[in-house]
Design a protein around this ligand. Sequence first.
Ligand SMILES: [Fe+2]
Length: 271
Amino acid sequence: MPVAKDGPVIVREHDVVMAQAVEGFRGLRIAQISDMHFSRWNRVYECAQRLLLSLEFDVLCVTGDFGDYRHLWQRSLELSERFLRPIVDRKPVYASLGNHDSPNIAEKMSLPVRWLRNSGVVVETGGAKVFLAGIDQNESRADDLDAALIEGVSSLPTVLMAHYPSTVFRLPDGPVDLVLSGHTHGGQIRLPVFGCIWPNDAIPRRMAQGLHRVGQTWLHVSSGLGTSLPLRARFLCPPEISVLRLVSVADHPIDRVSAAAVESRQISLPV
Ligand SMILES: [Fe+2]
C-alpha cells in the first residue's frame, strides 16, 4: 500500500531491521529513486520532485539510469540537474550509475551530488551512522564490489547502491545489510495475480520490486520512475519513490528471530 501519492507517482515505505544491534543508532530514513531515464521533462518528474520536497528523509540515494540513450547524455544531464537542483539544496544526495548512463552524467554534473563509483563513505545524520557504498554498473565489468566495500566499518550498518538487483547474489564475504537497486522498473508491465512478466535481470520474478531477504542481506528493488524500450509504458506498476527506515534490532519491537522473517512492513507516513 502506498503511503503517499502525487499524480501517478506513489511513495512506499519500509522498515529495514538491521541484523546487529548498533549502539546509539536512532534510525536513518533513506529515500530512494531509480531509473528516471530522463529524455524529456514530464508530469512524472514534476510530481516526484514535489513529493521529494515534501517527504521526511535524511538522505536521497539515486540508483542509476539517469540517462536514456547514452549518446544523448547531455539532454539527460540537463534534466537530471533540473530535477535534483531543489533537492540538493535541502538534503544530501548520493548516486551511482546504471547501464543506461554515460559516465559524463557523473563527471559533468554541476550539482553537489556525491557519486559513489566503486567507493564508499560514512554517512552521519541525526545520531545515525551508516557506511554507504556504491558500484559503477554503467558498463559490464566496470563494477568493483571489493573496492566499494574495502573501507567499510564493521561496527556500522552497510548499505550498498547497486543498479542490478542480481548483485545481491555475488556479494563478497562480510556483512552488507542492505542493497539498494533498481533496473527492473518493477517489471514495468505487471499482470493481476501473476505480477511481473519479465524482471530483466537474473532474479526471480517475485523479486522485481520491493523488499526481500537474501541470506543475511536485505535487498530493496525500486520500481523506478521512468520507462525504457522496448515498451514505454507501465501497467499495474506506478512510478515510485521509496523511503527505507533503517532500524536497529535493539530498538525495534520484534525480536532477532522474527526480524529475519520480516519481508516488508508497511508503516504510515504523514502526508
Ligand atoms: Fe532502467
